[in-house]
Ligand binder design. Sequence first.
Ligand code: NAG
Ligand code: NAG
Length: 270
Amino acid sequence: MAFGSKRVYTSLVCYSIQSFERLLSTCILLMYQSILVMALHISEASPNCTVTGIHYFCNNIATLTDLPLVLPINVRKVTLMGIYERKPSFSGERFTHHTWAKVSELSILEFTNVDRIESGFLNGLNELQFLSVSSCTHLGEIDPDTFYSTPNIEELHFNWNRVLDLSMVEAALIGKLSNLRYLYLIAIQGVKQHVVLGEKFVKALHRKNLTYLDISRVNAIYMEHILVPEVLANIVNLNLSYSSIMFPHGITDKAISLIKITCTFWILLV
Ligand SMILES: *[C@@H]1O[C@H](CO)[C@@H](O)[C@H](O)[C@H]1NC(C)=O
Ligand SMILES: *[C@@H]1O[C@H](CO)[C@@H](O)[C@H](O)[C@H]1NC(C)=O
């Protein structure tokens, strides 16, 4: 464990909510979700896709074979929502028909039983600028070559994937996505005690001009010395709302004031 009891940390709580309140809302959410899942199973939902202008929207996707292989002409933005995926991973090439090559925005949401993204899954999405893989509550693994075929991504969201480890995202970013500007990792590692932002994160963001980093709603973030000059200096907006952040004693005053400013800034907006 990188953070043994020998090292002392100063804690800065960006926004504290009563843990009881948090627990209560989690229970309500879980109840709601199980009712929803039951209702969907009873009604034997089948995929339902509609097109509105350039936006193609599909919900009730139960298996990967339900994913659309060919898109209507002129579609640039696609939202795919799952209900229950019986296969364990996002695998195979699903987006290689030429109609997918023009898609610039893709959201893959609520595939609650998928635990892995395999390399090659995003093949064919050559023009992709925005990708969100969010609310996939069992997603824990991302193949390090996942973004090999999508070099143009500027905005990436991995939100509310409660078991996704930051190290998976870091490994997939190293040496790839040089155009990345906006990175959203809301509630990452929700089941773990803490998230460490350190050397590997610096490597993952090396040579990227990241301007927005959202790492809000994380129980505890440990920030290492190295991160501050290397990464935070370039980030214009850092969202730490509802997160608590800890950094080692001895960090420079400048670094502390930077963290406080960015942190306070977002509290004012929440
Ligand atoms: C990052 O920004 C700097 C300064 O604005 C620029 O010189 C550099 O080319 C940019 N790098 C990338 C990968 O866009
Ligand atoms: C910052 O994060 C919080 C919590 O996730 C969110 O409600 C808020 O909209 C975010 N702020 C911005 C400017 O995106």
